[in-house]
Each structure stands twice: as C-alpha cells, then as structure tokens.
Design a binder for this molecule. Structure first.
Ligand code: FE2
Length: 314
C-alpha cells in the first residue's frame, strides 16, 4: 500500500487507497445559497514536511471524523486532488483498505538529532565561558528529561523546522548567527553572556507547549511563558551564577523574543534576540517551503512562496 506523496501532486489526480497522516482538522459549516447548512471537515494532511489542505463532504465520513479524534492518525483514503486558491487540495471521498498500516515515522521528517546535539554541545563547550556553561547546565544538561525533550521536539507545527529535532536545529543555527553578530560588532562583546544564554533558552518552553510537533491542550499559554516558568523553577540555583539583573534580563528575552508580534521587547537584548529569531526562522521557513514544494505557480510563469503575508517570487 502506497503513501500519498504530497510533494508530487497534480490537480486532477485521482487517489485510490493511499495512506495519509492527518495533522489537524476541524468541523466547518457551509451555508448553501438557499439557506440550508452542511457540515463538512476541513484540515491538513502532512508528509515529510509538506502539508496540504483536505476536505470531506460525505455525511458518513464527516460523522466518523466528528466522533473520533483522528489527528495524528494514518488512514488509507480515496479521493481526488482538486484546486483551491491555486493550491492542490485533497478531497477525500472514501476510506481504503483498513488492514494495511503505516507508522508515523514514515510521514514525519526527522533530523539527525544525535549529530545536531553533538554540534550543539560542542558549540557551548567552545564558545561559552565557565559561568555560562554553569547556567546552561542548570537549565539543560543536568536534567536528562529536559534534554531528551529538547532534542526531538519540533520548532513549530508548520512555520519553520517543523520536524523531529526542529527546535534543536533552530537553536543551534541561531547560536551561530548570534556568534556572527557578536563578532561583527565588538561593542556587543560585553553582552555576549546574556545574548548567548538568552538565545539558548528563548524557545526552551516549546518542550512544554508542543508534543511530537502538535500543540498540547495547554498551549494557549505560549512557550515564552512556559520557558520563563522553567527559569523561575531554577531561580535560586541561577542566582548562584547570575546577578539578579542578569536573571531578569534573561526573563525579558524569553518574554519579548517575538517582538511586535506578541509581547514587545522591553530590553535591547530581547530585541536583538527577536531579530536573530526572525532572521533564522524566516530564512529556514523559506527554504523548508521550497524543499517541500510548498509553492504557487503563477499564470505568468513565476513561482512564488508565501512569506509573512506576501507571495515572494522565487
Ligand atoms: Fe519563540
């Protein structure tokens, strides 16, 4: 039984008995012109980082999706690839053979987390001072449960590094950017400790906000806050290495690292980390979209990729 490869779909393709992984969905209501209402399912299926929308209109299938939580499940389906807003959309019309099963691993993109983690640990070993290493140890390395989660969690459901090891990859790439920034302007050297540590911890809260690439039921509280919670839990130990002011600057970085998109940065260090975060996540997001074929072909022959509200020509 084949998996439906979402990276190679053409409008008009019919799909027979192909496995898909449901990453999210919801029930929606369509109001017909005559006033009648019809409930349908709309959501997304994912394969190796490529995500496309799906819809289900069959009342029997809608009932099944309504009565079961199928997010994170794999089902064999039949249907057709239709066009919706210039993008392929999977219209599911039936189920396929229930006997043939696949594992989540076949659908999810995985980074080499052991290799990434050794690069991450090496970076800290080479670039951090002894007191910075102590702080990294208090939050990360002394707690195997934290490290194990940090190694494998996604950076997000879809924006950038939405894959196993994504948050680790994002953190490692941002450490390198932070190093470049510090080396680029010697006036930043004095802030090296706070910038490195701030970056190191800026997304640590994602290990509580997400699980296996999906937002948890308590994710209405942002990883900015759950990360702060982790620092607060370790406050007494952190204050054996950091001054109180440094501790609160780190808190300000976790709180403000999304800048104008959420709680605005209140310190220059939070703002700089926000800029590093934007540069790293947006650039990675573009490359992830190109890599997975998440692009739009325009009538004039151009290919575009959707970035931060704009369709940018590739
Ligand atoms: Fe973040």
């Amino acid at each position: 039984m084949a998996i439906l490869d979402l990276r190679q779909l053409k409008i008009g393709d019919s799909v027979t008995n192909k496995a898909v992984y449901f990453s999210s969905y919801e029930l929606a209501v369509w109001q017909k012109p005559k006033g009648e209402k019809q409930t349908y399912v709309k959501g997304f299926v994912t394969y190796k980082g490529r995500e496309i929308a799906f819809s289900i209109w069959s009342a029997t299938l809608v009932e099944i999706f309504k009565n079961n939580d199928l997010v994170g499940h794999i089902l064999n389906i039949s249907g057709e690839i239709k066009e919706f807003k210039k993008q392929p959309q999977l219209s599911i019309t039936g189920f396929g053979d229930p006997e043939v099963t696949h594992t989540t691993d076949e659908f999810i993109e995985k980074l080499n987390v052991d290799l990434l983690f050794s690069e991450f640990a090496d970076f800290i070993k080479t670039n951090f001072t002894e007191s910075m290493k102590k702080v990294a140890n208090i939050i990360f390395f002394k707690d195997k449960a934290i490290i194990d989660r940090f190694k494998v969690e996604f950076a997000g459901e879809k924006m950038h590094d939405a894959k196993v090891g994504g948050v680790l990859n994002h953190s490692l790439k941002g450490l390198r950017l932070t190093k470049t920034l510090i080396e680029n302007d010697s006036r930043l050297e004095q802030y090296k400790c706070i910038l490195y540590l701030g970056w190191l911890f800026h997304d640590i809260g994602k290990i509580f906000e997400m699980h296996d690439g999906h937002y948890t039921e308590n994710s209405f509280v942002s990883h900015r806050i759950t990360g702060i919670e982790l620092l607060v839990q370790n406050k007494i130990e952190l204050l054996t290495v950091l001054s109180e002011r440094e501790y609160y600057i780190l808190i300000s970085i976790l709180e403000g690292h999304h800048g104008e998109y959420e709680s605005k940065a209140k310190t220059i260090w939070a703002y700089i980390i926000h800029l590093v975060d934007m540069l790293e996540s947006q650039t990675t997001g573009i490359m992830d979209k190109l890599h997975t074929g998440n692009i739009t072909l325009k009538d004039n022959g151009n290919t575009t990729v959707y970035v931060n509200g704009e369709n940018l020509v590739v």
